[in-house]
Design a protein around this ligand. Structure first.
Ligand SMILES: [Zn+2]
Length: 364
C-alpha cells in the first residue's frame, strides 16, 4: 500500500499529507483493510516523498523510494491492556499480542504514553512518549572530546574517562578489512558491511557507559551539559592535507559525534539541557588566570601557565574552559564572547579523577 501511495504521489508530484489524503484516499478502496492503516500508509509515503524532495533540493540525485520489507505501522486504534497489545483487525475484532516482562515493566511508568507500534516479520516496536520538565541548572559541566579520552567537569571537579581501547577497536577492524585479497565486489560488500556494523556496535556500546555516567553525574549535581561545537572537524583530515594515511584513518575513525548523540538523547530523557560553545581557544587559555599557556614538548599533554607557574593537563583545561564559557554567557549576556577566560572562580585547581572506561560497570 505504501508503494502504491508513493507511485501516486510521484505521478502527481504531491508530497504534503493534506493534499495527498484529499486526492488519493479513495484510491485505496481496493485494499480490504481498516482505514487506520490506510492513513498510516499515506503518511509513511509522504514522509519518504518529502525526503526525496529535500535531497533534490540539496542537489543530490536520490533513488526513488521503494519499500521491500513488509511492515505494519499504526498510531490509531490500538490498545494496551496490562500485558496485551491489541491491534485492530476489522469488524471489531482484535489481534492480541503478549508483551514480554521487560516491556510490561517499562510501561508501568504512568508518565509514559505509547504513541504507535510497528510490526515486522521478526519484531514489534512500540514508540513511547514522555513529558519531561527541564531541570533548572545552577552549574555547568564542560565536555572535552579527545581521541583517547573524554573529560567532563567544571572548576570544582573534573573526571577523565580514559578510552584508549576505542582507537584499537577501530584500528583492528581496519586491519582485518585490509587482509582481504579476493577481488569480488559482491562478497566484499557483504563482508565489509558485516565488519563495519560490528565495529559500529562495539563503539556504541563502549561510549554508552561513558555517556550514561556523564548524564547521571550531571543529573546529580543539577548541571547543564556543554559541548564544543566541532562540526566539520573531519575537513582537517582529508586527502591532500599533508598527513599520512594512518593518521587520517585514525582521526576519521574518531567517533566524536556518537558520544554527543548519546548524551543528547539521554539528557533529553531526564530533562537536562545540552548547549554548545565555539571551540576557539578552549585548550589554549589558562582557566584560572586567563593568560595564554605554553606547550612543553617534554611534558605529554601538559601546558605551562607562566603567571600561575604550574603545569596543567590540557584536557582538564579544555573541560574547565568549555564549562566556563557557557557560565560566562549566563552572567554576561551582552558582551564577552569567550575571549577572556578569566575564571576567578577560585584559584584552586579542581579535583581530578581518572576513570578507565573499559573497566567501567554499567549502572542499572
Ligand atoms: Zn594561569
Amino acid at each position: 500500500m505504501v508503494n502504491h501511495c508513493i507511485q501516486l504521489g510521484l505521478e502527481k508530484n504531491v508530497t504534503t499529507l493534506r493534499k495527498f489524503s484529499s486526492l488519493f484516499y479513495h484510491k485505496l478502496d481496493c485494499y480490504q483493510i481498516q482505514s487506520y492503516y490506510k492513513l498510516n500508509a499515506i503518511s509513511q509515503a509522504c514522509g519518504r516523498l518529502a525526503q526525496v524532495k529535500r535531497s533534490v533540493k540539496e542537489g543530490k540525485t536520490p533513488r526513488l523510494p521503494y519499500i521491500q520489507k513488509p511492515y505494519l505501522v499504526s498510531c490509531y486504534g490500538f490498545k494496551i491492556n496490562g500485558m496485551l497489545l491489541s491491534i485492530p483487525a476489522g469488524n471489531r475484532r482484535y489481534i492480541n499480542i503478549i508483551l514480554n516482562h521487560h516491556t510490561q515493566q517499562i510501561l508501568q511508568d504512568s508518565s509514559l504514553r505509547v504513541k504507535s507500534f510497528v510490526i515486522t516479520p521478526s519484531s514489534i516496536s512500540l514508540c513511547i512518549q514522555k513529558e519531561v520538565e527541564q531541570i533548572k541548572c545552577d552549574n555547568t559541566t564542560g565536555i572535552d572530546r579527545n581521541l583517547r579520552n573524554v573529560t567532563a567537569g567544571n572548576h570544582e571537579k573534573v573526571i577523565i574517562y580514559d578510552m584508549k581501547d576505542l582507537p584499537k577497536i577501530v584500528h583492528r577492524s581496519r586491519k582485518i578489512i585490509s587482509t582481504f585479497k579476493r577481488n569480488d565486489h559482491r562478497i566484499r560488500q557483504k563482508i565489509y558491511s558485516k565488519l563495519g556494523s560490528r565495529r559500529a556496535r562495539r563503539v556504541k556500546q563502549f561510549l554508552n557507559r561513558i555517556s550514561k555516567e556523564i548524564v547521571r553525574k550531571a543529573n546529580e549535581s543539577r548541571s547543564m551539559i556543554v559541548f564544543e561545537d566541532i562540526k566539520g572537524i573531519r575537513k582537517l583530515y582529508r586527502k591532500g592535507n599533508y598527513q599520512g594515511r594512518k593518521y587520517r584513518a585514525m582521526m576519521n575513525g574518531w567517533p566524536f559525534y556518537e558520544l554527543q548523540r548519546q548524551v543528547q538523547y539521554k539528557s533529553a530523557w531526564v530533562g537536562i539541557p545540552v548547549r554548545f560553545v565555539s571551540p576557539v581557544r578552549t585548550s589554549i587559555l589558562c582557566p584560572i588566570c586567563g593568560s595564554r599557556t605554553q606547550e612543553d614538548r617534554y611534558q605529554h599533554r601538559k601546558l605551562w601557565c607562566g603567571s600561575c607557574k604550574r603545569y596543567m593537563d590540557r584536557d582538564v583545561i579544555a573541560a574547565m574552559n568549555i564549562s566556563y564559557k557557557w557560565l560566562q554567557r549566563f552572567c554576561n549576556p551582552s558582551g564577552l564572547t569567550g575571549e577572556a577566560m578569566k575564571g576567578n572562580l577560585g584559584n584552586a585547581m579542581p579535583v581530578i579523577l581518572r576513570v578507565d572506561a573499559s573497566k567501567m560497570q554499567t549502572h542499572r
